[in-house]
Design a protein around this ligand. Structure first.
Ligand code: KG4
Ligand code: ZN
Length: 372
């Protein structure tokens, strides 16, 4: 860290390997005790899509091996892009959970080795918390704030109160929306990962052709997507049985109708979450949308309208920082480190690590409770 009388300059290395993206990022953070200026010097992501495409999902052992093979190369590239040497790094932040244990171990062991060799502090962070904090890289925002975290494995409404204090006010009782985008893309035969491809096909589709169901339209913040996914599958099978296959226009209309239905579920549930926030919390009214599915333009646009109609400020991040990246890991690590100033060289990985440890498991989370 470079210090002068008025400000501290930090260079933080972030490392991410919890699922199927190996990522490294370097942030420069100028902290003058009143505010922090964050600059993303580099953010490198090596995705593993090609390795998993034939299995229609992430294979944990293949993912772990690929992280092991790539994490040092990824880190070198992040340093090169930032025009820095490893000796310029002041702090290392690594994802230590939740996620696939092999991937988490690859990242944490690598980070420990580096931190010990360089004699610099190491901090372990929760991947989901890092998604929630990603908006703070781009916006000045006070606690508490309302967040919709929506990705390939998770979907939750959270109130973010601090670096390690989150209140979960609702979430999916079954599938995560990103998983549905991926599965639908697979059975439509358009590729993997499905989110960006379904969005692309939706562009020219008729979003009103298929009135898909919207389950769980009650006054809670819980959501359900598995019935919607099954309805899309049935409609596809029906078309194939009747026509002997799918025309391009069918694929486009199915994608657009599914995307519209999903964004309507989010719209409705976000209104419930806003009501909950207004009734239970004081302070600025901020709505953050984060996680891979938050990259979807239609969903972003609809939720921006909901925020505006309810006098909430709408906050999100550029699409490449919605999906998994290490800039968000570096940023949360920094916030945690300056608050608690502890070194995590004895860090252990936590494949299950719920953000809100106190709220009761949502129905559908399974016998062992929430993973995250
Ligand atoms: O946050 P993320 O990179 O990884 C997890 O932590 O899960 O999210 C990945 C998910 C995938 O399911 C992907 O299909 C989805 O985000 N996704 C999208 C879009 N881009 C990525 N879903 C809808 N529209 C998109 N444009
Ligand atoms: Zn993620």
């Amino acid at each position: 860290m470079k210090k002068n009388s008025t400000e501290n300059v930090w260079r933080v290395l972030g490392l991410e390997s919890s699922c199927d993206d190996t990522a490294a990022s370097v942030l420069k953070i100028v902290d003058n005790n009143k505010e922090k200026k964050v600059e993303i010097l580099s953010s490198i992501v090596f995705n593993q899509n090609k390795l998993h495409v034939n299995f229609n999902g992430v294979v944990p052992e293949i993912a772990a091996r690929a992280h092991c093979e790539k994490i040092d190369i990824c880190t070198k590239e992040a340093l090169k892009k930032a025009s820095l040497s490893i000796k310029d790094i002041d702090l290392i932040s690594v994802t230590s959970g939740p996620g696939l244990i092999g991937g988490l171990l690859s990242g944490v062991m690598f980070a420990k080795g580096l931190a010990r060799g360089l004699k610099i502090p190491l901090i372990g962070v929760n991947h989901l918390a890092a998604h929630c904090f990603s908006v703070k890289i781009f916006h000045k925002i006070n606690f508490p704030y309302l967040t919709l975290l929506v990705s390939g494995g998770h979907c939750q409404f959270l109130i973010v109160k601090n670096v390690d204090s989150f209140v979960r006010i609702g979430g999916t009782i079954d599938d995560a929306p990103g998983e549905c985008f991926d599965k639908i893309a697979t059975f439509l035969g358009i590729g993997y990962p499905g989110g960006p491809l379904v969005e692309l096909k939706s562009k020219n589709g008729n979003e009103n052709r298929f009135p898909f169901p919207k389950p769980l339209m009650d006054n809670t913040c819980n959501m359900s997507f598995s019935g919607l996914k099954t309805a899309v599958k049935r409609e596809t099978e029906k078309l194939i049985a009747n026509q002997g296959g799918l025309y391009h226009v069918d694929v486009e209309d199915i994608c657009a109708s599914f995307q519209k239905t999903t964004s309507e579920i989010f719209k409705y549930k976000t209104m419930n979450a806003i009501k909950f926030f207004n009734n239970n919390f004081e302070g600025d009214k901020n709505l953050a949308i984060v996680g891979g599915v938050a990259a979807n333009k239609k969903i972003r646009h609809e939720l921006q309208k909901v925020a505006f109609q309810n006098d909430f400020k709408y906050l999100t991040v550029p699409a490449q920082y919605c999906t998994d990246n290490a800039a968000m890991i570096a940023y949360l690590g920094f916030e945690k480190f300056i608050l608690k100033n502890h070194n995590n060289l004895d860090l252990v990985v936590k494949p299950r690590w719920p953000l809100d440890q106190t709220s009761t498991p949502i129905l559908g989370f399974g016998k062992r409770g929430a993973k995250a």
